[in-house]
Ligand binder design. Structure first.
Ligand code: MOS
Length: 741
């Protein structure tokens, strides 16, 4: 990091890498311009499924400046990286360019490499293929979708059916019931930093710069694909410009880029275009949820049944973990969860921010709202009355749960007590219908093995080399604040290296476990450092004097940490670049982060335009490691939730396959004008049972429940329940639930 001027605001109120980011000093993987760089552009399949019968690259090869056109006819000699959720490293197991089979529209059929981006782009458009097409399925309702029960297909404990008590009998006996189906579309992350890489060979060693959440998977996956030693792969990712789960494993382009770089003997760069991004990598699968809820006359929830299916590809099984979270929202004694794969002909879907929790909780918290109205209860009071201190699935306590406090504090900030219960009964000054909705969210608190290397130098600086990836969530700020506070030094005297396989394993950063995992290792290393410096356990340390007193010019320490209950086997898993996860169930307790959202919508009664002038969200994420970046995470999560409820959908044409609205012109996301006041607060109570410094995760829980709060507010404004996202003007105009759209 470059030195910072002295006149910045107090250190605890800003993001430590903000200046690098806003001045452009932060270098992203595809910002690099090594000497002799060549540019790659993929050509893609134009059928929904089938086989290539003829492939003509002559026109492409004839474009001046074209260096190479790689296709399956070149025998790339690459192995599959394996699917990240199937014991492998890749966004999917299918590596394109190895044979003539087309599994989905948009699959890469050629990689053109040229002296310039313009030549490569022109040439890629000239690659001509003839196909023998085959029938395909691309929506949950398409003929030809193959449905598989998850536990029957993958008999792993964490993917099993969930059966607590006897939900069917309890539901049948309940006097107040709701039975409804909620539909959610596929969605695409669209990070600001597009997917892309710059790669080159340094002798026998491959150097990869790619914005990623999982440098370790790239390293080990490429080693497997290319048949080389992982020690000969170096992955560098100091900044990732938005990950959101889309950058959580090895992408399909990197191995072919490595082949091209080796054949040409020069660096090669590829930036996947916005349109190709929709077909190139993972996305949020479409899902359908049937929720059945039963309550007694006093508004006590008795039974819940959550049956869900979601799409996956023909060649990988992206697992479903929706009911893990919906079962924890309330103290419901009888709960049944069933999860089903729906295989179809797309690339493999994957994790997209709150991948299960957002869709699952949208459905569940919509149904809870319906049940509250059926039971003639205020939706806030109904939720508070069904709170629990015990995990209803395990019967053990939660390590911390301040959800009722989130609800109460949020209600106060929002002014909920002025709400009129009857739908369509409140109006704004401008005549719009006003709706106030509430919903809660939860997200499992997990932790992974981590390692930290601290170097204290005689000039008083601390260098931190650690497992972790900075994708904007603020991991650098969290680390810097922890080190600065612990040693009593200025945050600007902390230098941080993350996302670099040369300094640490670089286990996947995802699932909102990054801060807890990384800070655990840094905390352990700090204790060791204090020991080596001869300092007390607590209190400020004069680093310069303490280092000088050792007689050397620096002191370095290392720490490796595991999650609660993890063993050397997990550490070895992590060293192999595999996911080594613990949580949310630990011995004696379960850990989740919690949130409550309050949303106001205005619905203009003639055009049915929906506006969201304000949202209040209160989160329980344990100790808040970095206040500024934490608040930004929650604001970002709320915006995602508004996008999910009112804007975003990956549209497919069942006749042709592929994603139709593959651009930011047609894949609509919220813009500034769509967002009003976002009022964010934290409970801030450290969770020391889960974590040595008390942090749980925050990133993903932020968006969980927002979409339900919006939909519940739209119901309150209009009296019509919308069970299909996004809620569009035409649905509200038609007064339809969307289920017939
Ligand atoms: Mo996140 S969707 O677990 O990267």
């Amino acid at each position: 990091m470059s030195p910072l001027p002295a006149d910045l605001p107090p250190v605890d109120t800003r993001r430590v890498d903000a200046r690098e980011k806003v001045t452009g000093a932060a270098r992203y993987a595809t910002d690099l311009l090594p000497d002799d760089l060549a540019y790659a552009v993929p050509a893609t399949a134009t059928v929904g499924r089938g086989r290539i019968t003829e492939l003509d690259t002559s026109a492409a090869a004839a474009i001046p400046g074209v260096l190479l056109v790689l296709t399956h006819l070149d025998h790339l000699d690459l192995q599959s990286p394996g699917f990240v959720m199937g014991g492998g490293y890749g966004v999917q197991s299918l590596q394109p360019l190895l044979d003539d089979q087309i599994a989905y529209r948009g699959q890469t059929i050629a990689l053109v490499v040229a002296e310039t981006l313009i030549a490569a782009t022109q040439a890629a458009n000239l690659v001509r293929a003839v196909y023998e097409p085959e029938p395909f399925a691309v929506t949950l309702d398409s003929p030809g979708v193959e449905r598989l029960s998850q536990p029957a297909t993958i008999p792993l404990p964490f993917l099993a059916d969930l059966d607590v008590g006897d939900a069917e009998s309890a539901y049948a006996a309940a006097p107040v019931r709701v039975d409804a189906v909620y539909d959610q579309p596929a969605q695409h992350q669209n990070p600001m930093e597009l997917i892309g890489a710059t790669v080159w060979w340094h002798g026998d060693s491959l150097v990869v710069h790619e914005g990623t959440q999982n440098a370790a998977a790239i390293r080990h996956g490429l080693a497997r694909q290319l048949g080389i030693d992982p020690d000969h792969v170096e992955v560098v990712s100091p900044y990732t410009g938005g990950g959101f789960g889309q950058k959580n494993s090895l992408q399909i382009h990197i191995a072919p880029l490595a082949v091209a770089a080796r054949r040409l003997g020069r660096p090669v760069k590829l930036v996947v275009s916005r349109t190709q991004l929709f077909h190139h990598t993972s996305f949020r699968p479409a899902s359908r949820h049937r929720i059945r809820l039963g309550a007694d006359e006093h508004g006590r929830m008795l039974a819940a049944l959550h049956d869900v299916e979601h799409q996956t590809s023909r060649f990988d099984l992206f697992p479903l973990m929706y009911t893990e979270t919906t079962a924890r929202l309330y103290g419901i004694g009888d709960f049944r969860g069933r999860q089903t794969f729906a295989r179809m002909d797309t690339q493999t879907p994957g994790f997209m921010r709150a991948p299960f929790e957002h869709p699952g909780v949208f459905a569940f918290e919509s149904a809870v709202d319906e049940l509250a109205y059926a039971a003639r209860r205020d939706p806030l009071e109904f939720r508070l009355a069904n709170d629990t201190t015990v995990d209803p699935v395990t019967g053990e306590p939660f390590s911390s749960r301040h959800l009722a406090q989130c609800l109460r504090r949020g209600a106060k900030r929002f002014g909920w007590s002025a709400r009129q219960h009857q739908p369509a009964s409140m109006r704004a000054d401008d005549g719009s219908l006003v709706g106030w909705g509430v919903a809660v969210g939860a997200y499992p608190a997990s932790i992974v093995p981590s390692a930290a290397h601290l170097v204290a130098t005689a000039d008083g600086r601390i260098r931190v080399e650690v497992d972790g990836h900075e994708m904007g969530q603020g991991i650098r700020s969290s680390i810097a604040l922890l080190v600065a506070e612990n040693l009593g030094i200025d945050v600007r005297h902390v230098d941080i290296v993350v996302g670099d396989t040369r300094v640490a394993t670089q286990h996947l950063t995802a699932g909102s476990w990054g801060t807890a995992s990384t800070l655990g290792a840094v905390h352990a290393a700090l204790r060791e450092l204090r020991k080596q410096l001869g300092a007390e356990i607590n209190g400020p340390v004069d680093v310069t004097a303490a280092v000088a007193a050792t007689g050397g010019d620096h002191v370095e320490v290392r720490a490796e940490t595991l999650g609660p209950g993890q063993t050397e086997q997990d550490a070895e898993h992590a060293r192999q670049g595999l996911v080594a996860l613990s949580g949310p169930e630990f011995t004696g307790y379960s850990s989740f982060s919690w949130i409550a959202h309050f949303v106001e919508v205005h619905v203009e009664p003639t055009t049915c335009r929906i506006r969201v002038p304000r949202v209040v969200s209160v989160a329980d994420c344990g100790r808040v490691a970095s206040p500024v970046t934490a608040a930004s995470q929650v604001r970002g999560g709320i915006v995602w939730g508004i996008g999910a409820s009112l804007r975003e959908a990956g549209e497919v044409d069942p006749r042709y396959g592929g994603w139709l609205n593959a651009s930011l012109e047609e894949y609509s996301v919220p813009v500034n004008a769509d967002i009003g006041t976002l009022d964010v607060d934290f409970i801030g109570e450290p969770d020391l049972r889960f974590h040595p410094v008390g942090v749980k995760g925050l990133g993903e829980v932020s968006m969980v429940g927002v979409a339900a709060a919006v939909a519940n507010a739209v119901y309150h404004a209009t009296g019509v329940r919308h069970r299909r996202l996004p809620i569009r003007i035409e649905d509200v105009l038609a007064g339809s639930t969307g289920s017939s759209r």
